[in-house]
Ligand binder design. Structure first.
Ligand SMILES: Cc1cc2nc3c(=O)[nH]c(=O)nc-3n(C[C@H](O)[C@H](O)[C@H](O)COP(=O)(O)OP(=O)(O)OC[C@H]3O[C@@H](n4cnc5c(N)ncnc54)[C@H](O)[C@@H]3O)c2cc1C
Ligand SMILES: Cc1cc2nc3c(=O)[nH]c(=O)nc-3n(C[C@H](O)[C@H](O)[C@H](O)COP(=O)(O)O)c2cc1C
Ligand code: FES
Length: 595
């Protein structure tokens, strides 16, 4: 069986124009149609262009899958140019679905928000529920699936802003009128523009009706790795896209969203005062004392030696969640001088179980706009390591200088010298440049420690680590991802959106090689080693520790095993250390070299 995390080519079986901007695409995709729930989404790949998230508009027992796609930008426009019989890649289903609660369900749809609600309505009707649909659009020709909802036996109410069909005005006014008129609903589901859904929540909160919303954020990896879809520390691709109104009330929903770079952007109505780009307040965490696991590296005290790996999320909220799940310190996304969107999708694939490849392309909001995230991460009360990158001495120094001038609350810096699928790989390939950057950045960030992150992609990672040590590095982080270029064989095209199809492998394929490199680093270096690469279990941590690592970063396991991996690995470590009579994990560090 193919893993679900690679796009599989499917023919467009049927195309139907629904409105001026929306077409329904039909596919035969039994592997998705057979298991999906209303509210879930798929990723639609146009080879050589991009891959975008689209909600499932209908899935039938015979394998038919329907998607309603609006022509809004590059990829969706290219999709609209395709014809029946042409191929696109599909993968999924992803995310959470709607819970169809109660006998009387009301669904409020704006624009193509009617798509997931159509699947929800069909399912609810098949289970004998009463469904009221309120649908709004700018004008009659923008209304989507109105007849279809009627044919299912739903009670359909329509509103258009220009009055060309149904009630003149917005759909939330129709909901308000129905509620004031005494309409009783057991639950409300909604999908549409964010401000419309926010108004739905105000109305249903007053009426005390449980409400679920299908929300949109930028989706890149689609499976909880990159954090692009962050919404208040929740991941829309994994924890959503369907959320309850109560959960969203404690997030930035309705105030701001994020650009492809991760930068915060207001979602205020045109002309309205811009909402502040601040989050719902966070309570300070108090890390538990963990005597068997507590440690100190480069003068920084940690309650335990487990961290997240750089790049698994960039928001302060997500870093806070890692700490709440048990991380002893957290590492940011690599942050550069300027805002970067990263590469088009696909950016993340699962080639085999627990074996991944990514080509994110270092998306980040830029160092000047990163302070707000670090302020939020501060509430986690664990040391924060700021990962930085740049391709010249000047660029790297500017990043470090800005972080220092802004007095960012970080305990340590990690210089990512080794992203294997971006132009920044040039640093690792140029030892004198690496040396110069480390020396200059160290001077700027001192007295805070600086770790340098290397990969096995160059012939002699240990030699490079020695150079970094000579240049003033305080620790070495090993290893970054291993360069790869996966290809779709039917089209003979690379899967990944990186211009040359390159990406970096992570996960289980790195476990053995990473441990070997850490062993060699410990033999040659005098610096603490931060291990990263294929850590899934306490056994992996023990192996890396015996080979010489003092701290342990977990990346891919966050995708395969969830945030619970921190708690599980810590429990397993504590059991092992107690059973074997160790008093602290530090006693294991480098043990393999003392035998
Ligand atoms: C879970 C989910 C389900 C979705 N379901 C549908 C659906 O059923 N039908 C449909 O037509 N669209 C749906 N979308 C939105 C769709 O994914 C975006 O419109 C699409 O990615 C735009 O890509 P593009 O290359 O055409 O446009 P771009 O050129 O990338 O962008 C065009 C505009 O759309 C914005 N945009 C891009 N991606 C997103 C996004 N993920 N969310 C919100 N705004 C975005 C950009 O900021 C820009 O303003 C869904 C999004 C999510 C997250
Ligand atoms: C989606 C993704 C994004 C990443 N982004 C970064 C990054 O910004 N900076 C960095 O130094 N490493 C980055 N990495 C590499 C990881 O930090 C880590 O070195 C690698 O994934 C190996 O660890 P793992 O096998 O536990 O995933 C990224 C990896 C992935 C999968
Ligand atoms: S898109 Fe959700 S975490 Fe990457």
């Amino acid at each position: 069986m193919l893993p679900v995390n690679i796009p599989t080519l499917h023919e467009i079986v049927k195309l139907r124009e629904e409105t001026d901007t929306v077409k329904t695409f039909s596919f035969y995709a039994p592997e998705i149609a057979g298991i999906c729930q209303p509210g879930q989404f798929v990723m639609v790949w146009v080879p050589g262009v991009d891959e975008i998230p689209i909600s499932i508009a209908l899935a039938l027992q015979d394998g038919q899958l329907e998607l309603a796609i609006a022509d809004v930008g590059d990829c969706s426009h290219r999709l609209h140019e395709l014809h029946e019989g042409e191929l696109v890649g599909l993968r999924g289903p992803y995310g959470t679905g709607f819970t169809l609660t109660g006998a009387r369900i009301c669904m409020v749809a704006g624009g193509y928000g009617a798509a997931p609600l159509r699947f929800a309505a069909a399912t609810a009707r098949a289970h004998g529920r009463t469904v009221t649909v309120i649908q709004g659009a700018r004008c009659a020709t923008d209304l989507l699936y109105v007849t279809g909802f009627g044919d299912m036996g739903c009670d359909v109410h329509v509103s258009t802003e220009d009055g060309s069909q149904g009630q003149c005005g917005v759909c939330t006014a129709v909901l308000e009128a129905l509620l004031h008129g005494g309409a009783a609903f057991d639950s409300v589901l909604t999908c549409g523009p964010e401000l419309m859904m926010q108004r739905v929540c105000e109305l249903t909160q007053q009426a005390q009706i449980p409400t679920q919303l299908s929300v949109e954020r930028i989706v890149k990896c689609s499976c909880g790795a990159c954090g692009a879809c962050d919404l208040g520390g929740y991941l829309v691709c994994k924890d959503g896209p369907v959320f309850t109104a109560e959960v969203l009330a404690q997030t930035e929903f309705g105030c701001w969203t994020r650009a492809k770079s991760g930068k915060r952007v207001s979602v205020s109505a045109p002309g309205a005062e811009k909402a502040e780009l601040l989050s719902y307040p966070l309570r300070d965490l108090t890390p538990e004392p963990e005597p068997l696991l507590q440690t100190s590296v480069c003068g920084i005290a940690l309650s335990n030696p487990l961290l997240n790996a750089a790049g698994f999320g960039f928001s302060g909220r997500l870093l806070y969640r890692y700490a709440a799940a048990g991380a002893g310190a957290v590492v940011t996304k690599s942050i550069g001088l300027e805002e970067r969107e990263g590469y088009p999708n696909p950016t993340f694939l699962e080639l085999e179980p627990r074996s991944y490849v990514n080509a994110m392309g270092l998306p980040n909001p830029g160092i000047r706009d990163y302070g707000i995230e670090l302020e939020e991460a501060r509430h986690a009360n664990v040391p924060v390591i700021l990962s930085i990158f740049g391709k010249s001495v000047e660029e790297c120094c500017s990043v470090a200088q800005i972080a220092r001038e802004c007095d960012y609350p970080v305990a340590m810096y990690e210089f990512d010298a080794s992203c294997p699928h971006s132009e920044f790989t040039a640093v690792e390939n140029n030892p004198p440049l690496l040396s110069a950057i480390v020396k200059a950045v160290k001077e700027l960030v001192s007295p805070k420690p600086l770790a340098v992150k290397i990969s096995p992609n160059i012939g002699a990672p240990v030699g490079l680590a020695l150079l970094a040590q000579q240049a003033g590095a305080d620790a070495i982080t090993a290893i970054n991802t291993v360069i790869a270029r996966p290809v779709e064989h039917r089209l003979e095209l690379p899967y990944l959106g990186n211009p040359l199809g390159y990406g970096g492998k992570s996960g289980k394929d790195l476990t053995v090689g990473g441990k070997r490199i850490v062993y060699e680093l410990y033999r040659e270096l005098e610096l603490p080693i931060i291990a990263v690469g294929g850590i899934f279990s306490a056994q992996d941590v023990l192996d890396y520790a015996r080979n010489g690592a003092a701290l342990f970063q977990i990346g891919s396991a966050l995708v395969s095993d969830g945030f619970e991996v921190f708690g599980r690995v810590k429990r397993e470590l504590q059991e092992y250390l107690t059973a074997q009579g160790y008093t602290n994990i530090g006693e294991l560090v480098g043990e393999a070299h003392r035998r």
